[in-house]
Design a protein around this ligand. Sequence first.
Ligand code: C2E
Ligand code: MG
Ligand code: MG
Length: 535
Amino acid sequence: MRRFKVYGKFLLGLFCISLIPPAAFTSVTYYYDLSREKNSLITAVARGEKRINALLSSAEATLSDVAKYVDPTDPEASDLLQREVYNEPLFREIGIIDGNGYLTMTNLGKLDSPIFIEPERRANLNDENLQILGPLKTSLMQEKSLILTLPVVERGEINVLVDPSILTADWGSSIQEDLGPEGYFAYINQKTGEILSSLGELPSQQLPLTNRNASFIQSVVTSQNAQVLVVGGISKASILRQWRDQLLIVIPISSFCSALTIFLALRLMKQSMALDHELRIGLKNQEFIVHYQPIVNLKTGQYVGAEALIRWHHPQQGILSPNMFIPIAERTGLITLIGEWLIKTTSQELSNLFQEFSDLYISVNLSPIQVRSRSLDKVILWLRDNVFFSPARCVFEITEAVIVHNYGTTSSDTLARLRQLGARISLDDFGTGYSGLNYLHQFEVDQIKIDRFYVAAINRDPLITHILETLIDLGQKLDVTLVAEGIETEEQRKFLSERGVEYGQGWLFARPTPIGEFEAAIHRNQPQQGSKTES
Ligand code: C2E
Ligand code: MG
Ligand code: MG
């Protein structure tokens, strides 16, 4: 049942994972498009602001100068106007209108017959600031011009004519390029609502534009009294269109990624299902065996215990290491059955040796899954009632992950009950996991097994050796038994023994072997006690 639950969860997870690439690609593309458009708009509007500012301040400066220094009655006045137009390429023309509304002079010369200018094409003389009119057709020019006009007290007004398209034209940098073909852009006279100059098609709705219909930004440029709204925008429909075009490329790629993920995951699942199935058959056919690796007193060399290490005698693949099948057994829950099998098998195989060597203990590895579930309850009951295999002779090895994630949970309860029976708890592979020292202090452990990573570094890597010394020191302060794993050389044994590590295991003493070889080895190691019992 648990197996189906696990695979069910796996398939659900797989389905969710397969949705991630298309969803991620699609939304990333959309937000990328949107932010790219927004950035382009920001750039375009910033350019627009600069241009209108440049125009207004140049017009203000020129017209104020003309008002101050040019006397319309002076015969050379039009030459001075001509020079101003020459100096500022933004201006088409400069004109002077007298107090009665007649255009009397332009930069091209004095008008012999002054032209009357209608009031709507002239400045409001009650307002002394620069004013923007138009775009309008003037009497002397066919094309529409913007009229920037400055009233002059008691003399009428002076104005410059500006080609509106200059504001949106290429000035070395192009607003049109920033906007792209679908964008729109406009300078709007805030007082009159008239569009001074524009690019693209503006939305038909009334100003001010709202964010709902378009992705747009606007900014207001004020020069004295002239207020110009600079607006840039692009319709959402166009962003969506661009997005759709990109999806035509992105969707096949992301679908391919999803298909690949599903394919790989299904293959993994198939393999793991096959192995799980094989594991069950292996358990039924008694293909598992236990190897025992002696745990040795580092000072005397005497065997004090053994670690039970499981092996799978696979009919086709030969002897398989636990690293190859324990993770799968953990995933499918089969580890609980394997764990029970291991304890019972070990108790049977060791029953003679336990009678013979009264101090010998056996160390059994517990997987976090076993500790977390209630599956050890059965083992605990069985241990309690077993007279030959006393719990006091058992050490249960757990990893740091069990402690760190499970303080105050089922796991701590299970471990506490094992300890109550007299069993000891050992912390395996110490120093490779979380090393949550505060948990160590709160969680009662009797033994710490220093991982072989540290042992291998002895006298080779000064930093790791230094950390090893700190770990040893810590273990001694916590008053736990220290066992070093993976001792392969006499130098390592000596180093550890000299620093007070009591026990160790490793190829220097013996490799893990089946029970028969282990029995022979312990008899060789402790002949007197062995022969005493035999006699
Ligand atoms: P572990 O508990 O840390 O076991 C020690 C591992 O180090 C064993 O590998 C052992 O063969 C190996 N070893 C011992 N001395 C030396 C040495 O001097 N040099 C080197 N290089 N290696 C040495 P093994 O048997 O392959 O076990 C690997 C892991 O599988 C164990 O690590 C343990 O975590 C797990 N395991 C083994 N049996 C069981 C079991 O019955 N139940 C559970 N849950 N896990 C088990
Ligand atoms: Mg172990
Ligand atoms: Mg270990």
